[in-house]
Write a protein that binds this ligand. Structure first.
Ligand SMILES: C[S@@+](CC[C@H](N)C(=O)[O-])C[C@H]1O[C@@H](n2cnc3c(N)ncnc32)[C@H](O)[C@@H]1O
Length: 438
């Protein structure tokens, strides 16, 4: 038996580890028009951020004062200021700025990362926790401390939620029933819940004196969502950090390079003080919003974690997951052959809309589907030349088998849709997944 999955790549702006099962083939029951109400498209971001979820003017003023008092604003006047924009809060230029001009330098003492937590009152009890979990506990504790927290002005401007599917209501989620997106969202929420259960038992409850208010699973999910949507994509894992002020910058698909936007480097005597510096990726006029490119590598299924998708760039990427099943009578030989080309029992192939298939995908598919009289190709004597054979059709039967299974999977997927094919094709968040029994 050979098992083939066609599935969307799970979104992961942060490198969290979770395992989730891939659902059987389904598709969105919500029309693309309906989904657009919930997912913001970058090309028309005006639907984002409802006013009730935005921080108040006075919260923004307090935050500004807080940044100034902590030396995060250059004298005499910073080149950007926080402002209400269609994407919620954003950064607006105070003057015309050229490409590569310095927007801000945020000293390390203002970042919230694992070191910040370690040096805080909960440092001793959070030792050994995954960095994002300890940061989540830290911000929830500081939030609960209210005016007693020195981080309050920053915490007060964080959004109550984003449009990420982890914050969608049950009713909204029910409308994407069957999509990979729903499954991924459920997987992520289960992962967060299980981390919460662990940290509640091991850290929060035994140290109640350190946590002024009860921390709920919903609070913990909020903190996770904040981190997931605000951490710079290359600051992952142990390096994960919240960088106040810098994290107000929004994404635009019109910015097509991400290389010069930000860097971390030492400053001051002996370059000891680390700074996060952010630069303009393009010329911007006074009064206009400054944007960056969050991550050119991210597909829309990953960007949706931020609560929006990008219609202007080629981000319709689907990851096809192929697997050599352990119950395949030729499992050992097939695995050996796959490994000789750097592949494994499971192989992932990114398929980009309107672009050629990944070069090894068809050969791997042929390998997975080999059986019957074609099995002679798996013999050790062909080991050095087998990939050359797999580049071309192995046999009519092998090719037909692949085509039949893929076609059946597609038909089955489309028959599950309540929408027309045209609507489905306009909806970037759908998936195909299938199992093939030989
Ligand atoms: C790093 S924060 C940027 C600041 C954020 N706008 C705020 O109000 O705090 C990332 C979040 O901003 C919003 N965002 C950023 N770029 C966007 C875009 N192009 N379209 C819609 N929302 C965007 C999303 O909610 C995302 O989760």
């Amino acid at each position: 038996m050979a098992l083939l999955h066609l599935s969307l790549h799970p979104p992961s702006p942060l490198s969290f580890h979770w395992t989730g099962t891939i659902p059987s083939l389904l598709s969105s029951r919500r029309s693309s028009t309906q989904l657009r109400h919930r997912i913001t498209f970058t090309a028309a971001a005006s639907t984002s951020a409802s006013a009730s979820l935005l921080p108040s003017d006075s919260a923004i003023r307090d935050f500004w004062r807080w940044l100034r008092e902590r030396g995060a604003l250059p004298q005499p006047s910073p080149p950007v200021r926080p402002a209400f924009v269609p994407e919620g809060l954003g950064l607006v230029a105070e003057r015309d700025m050229l490409r590569n001009e310095l927007l801000m330098e945020i000293p390390k003492k203002l970042w919230i990362n694992a070191d910040t937590v370690a040096a805080s009152a909960i440092g001793p009890v959070t030792l050994g926790l995954i960095p994002w979990v300890s940061i989540a506990l830290f911000i929830l504790r500081e939030k609960a401390m209210g005016t007693a927290s020195s981080w309050r002005p920053y915490l007060d401007i964080l959004p109550q939620e984003t449009d990420s599917p982890i914050f969608w209501s049950e009713e909204e989620l029910s409308q994407i029933r069957g999509t990979q997106l729903l499954n991924t969202t459920i997987g992520v929420k289960e992962y967060v819940q299980s981390e919460f259960n662990k940290v509640e038992d091991e850290v929060i409850l035994p140290n109640k004196h350190l946590f002024p208010k009860t921390i709920t699973a919903a609070d913990f999910l909020w903190a996770f969502g904040v981190l997931r949507s605000r951490a710079f994509s290359r600051l992952r894992g142990d390096k994960i950090a919240l960088i106040p002020f810098a994290d107000l910058i929004n994404h635009s698909s019109t910015i097509t390079s991400e290389d010069i936007c930000w860097e971390i480097k030492g400053k001051g005597v002996f370059s000891r003080e680390l700074m996060f510096s952010l630069r303009t990726p393009a010329y911007v006029k006074a009064g206009e919003q400054v944007y960056i490119q969050y991550d050119l590598e991210k597909s829309n299924t990953e960007l949706v974690d931020y609560g929006f998708i990008d219609r202007r760039q080629r981000r319709e990427v689907y990851t096809m997951t192929l697997e050599i099943s352990e119950s395949d009578p030729f499992y050992g030989d097939k695995l050996d052959i796959a490994e000789s080309s750097g592949l494994g029992e499971i192989a992932y192939f990114d398929i980009v809309l309107d672009e050629p298939l990944p070069p090894l995908m068809l050969p791997y598919l042929r390998l997975v589907a080999i059986g019957g009289t074609d099995a002679f190709l798996l013999e050790a004597i062909f080991r050095n030349s087998v990939w050359g054979h797999l580049e071309l059709p192995v046999s009519r039967a092998n090719e037909e088998r692949i085509c039949r299974v893929v076609r059946e999977a597609c038909n089955s997927a489309l028959s599950g849709h309540h929408t027309t094919i045209e609507e489905v094709l306009h909806l970037p968040i759908y998936c195909l997944h299938f199992t093939m029994n030989s």
